[in-house]
Design a protein around this ligand. Structure first.
Ligand SMILES: *Cc1c(COP(=O)(O)O)cnc(C)c1O
Length: 421
């Protein structure tokens, strides 16, 4: 076999890319400077320190929001949002079927029952029609996730929230500064939540944020972070159950420094994502990650779908060939490797040891089961897609290599051979 440039690397041809992907450092001098200020101040506790407060103020101003409180993780942030909204145990909360476990964990800890809506097959975001079909008298919140860095259909979700008087939580862990029709994700619902875990656009080891414009829940947010302790000199006398989800000054210092970088990170990812989008949309059999009008993909993840009927290869075979071309990728991975309701904790209804609570509960009149087939679009999405990762250290060449490699593999496995490229 001649080593023609169209011969797949997996079949002995030359790979599209032989260099490793660009890498860079996320943390630097500014993080060090603020961290040593914290140590020098001899104060690591957020109530008496300055960094967490400065970070909250900066974040709030960036979004033009009234209140911002920090916490220990994105999981904590969602839990806090539910706790602050004071939703009675046994109520149902609808969220999406493709998300991080951090979205439903707080639902279960508040003894609420999660319902998982199907997704839109183009954007992989929660589908408003599927959500509306699940709404009933027990539904007391909707958690919309702006998945992968693409805004969910907020016009529809805000309309549902209004029509049924159900509060809307925006889980923005994957969607910093993500535009939606001239607004930003996290400024439209009742409460919005963020994560600063290792994998997110910005990070501080572990951390989270909760924002709201609602005066009536702002105090409950602060109390839910902090054992329901008043920190303003009022008598200590907790009146509801709240965990300790404090952020320390150490995380606050790093997060504060990271906030200076977030806009640049987002702009770069949007620019690279657009280039990838344009390139992939030219390739037969490839469906790029859907980005609706008035939105930008801030590229936490980038999902590519294969129109499998056009190829004589499956997703795994395609992805192996793509990896051999020097392009790292993750087959059957969107957020996680399966719809969230396929996890054992839901399938086996095993949230709490020795009981099926809260899925099965006499007092709640609940008996819910999660089954394969519940969300056909979500299940199909895992079968037909793979992920590419994009980060701010990549450049135009990196993206072009991704596009060329995908085009090469697609052409090679295409059933309908067009004139050879
Ligand atoms: C990461 C993530 C969370 C949880 O954040 P942690 O900081 O890891 O606890 C919640 N929701 C979504 C959509 C996420 O991506």
């Amino acid at each position: 076999m001649t080593n023609h440039k169209n011969t797949l690397a997996i079949k002995g041809g030359s790979p599209v890319r032989s260099q490793p992907f660009p890498v860079g450092k996320r943390y630097g001098d500014e993080e060090k400077r603020l961290l040593s200020e914290v140590i020098d101040s001899d104060m690591l506790f957020y109530v008496f320190g300055t960094k967490v407060k400065a970070m909250q103020d900066k974040f709030r101003h960036m979004y033009g929001m009234k209140y911002c409180d920090s916490c220990s993780s994105g999981t904590a942030a969602v839990h806090i949002a539910l706790g602050a909204l004071a939703i009675p145990p046994g109520s149902e909360v609808i969220t999406t079927s493709i998300t991080d476990m951090g979205t439903p964990i707080g639902i279960l800890y508040q003894c609420l029952i999660p319902r998982f809506a199907d997704i839109d097959p183009i954007t992989y975001n929660m589908c408003p029609r599927s959500t509306e079909r699940m709404i009933n008298a027990k539904t007391k919140a909707i958690i919309v996730v702006h998945h992968a860095g693409v805004a969910a259909d907020m016009e529809a979700f805000l309309a549902l929230s209004k029509k049924y008087s159900i509060p809307l939580i925006e889980d923005c862990a994957q969607a910093y500064l993500t535009p939606y029709q001239g607004r930003l994700c996290g400024t439209m619902g009742d409460v919005s939540t963020y994560s600063l875990n290792h994998f997110k656009h910005i990070a501080c080891g572990s951390g989270g944020m909760v924002m709201t414009n609602r005066d009536d829940i702002e105090e409950r947010i602060r109390l839910f972070v902090d054992k329901c302790y008043f920190r303003d000199g009022r008598e200590r006398n907790p009146y509801f159950l709240a965990p300790n989800y404090q952020m320390t000054e150490l995380q606050g210092a790093v997060a504060l420094a990271q906030l200076d970088k977030v806009e640049q990170i987002i702009n770069t990812r949007v620019r690279l994502g657009k280039r990838l989008q344009a390139g992939l949309s030219e390739i037969q059999g490839i469906v790029p990650h859907g980005v609706p009008e008035g939105c930008e993909h801030t590229c936490f993840l980038y999902t590519v779908r294969l129109q499998l009927d056009q190829f004589n290869v499956d997703v795994d075979g395609f992805c192996k060939a793509l990896a051999a071309e020097g392009i790292p990728n993750s087959p059957h991975m969107i957020t996680g490797g399966m719809p969230i309701y396929r996890y054992d904790v839901f399938r086996n209804r095993s949230a709490f040891p020795g009981t099926a609570f809260p899925f099965v509960c006499h007092e709640f009149d609940s008996n819910i089961e999660y089954r394969k087939g519940d969300c056909p679009e979500a299940e199909k999405a895992f079968d037909e897609t793979f992920n590419l990762d994009i980060n701010e250290f990549y450049d135009e060449t990196t993206i072009d290599d991704m596009i060329h490699a995908i085009a090469k593999v697609a052409a090679s496995y295409c059933k309908l051979k067009l004139a050879s490229v």
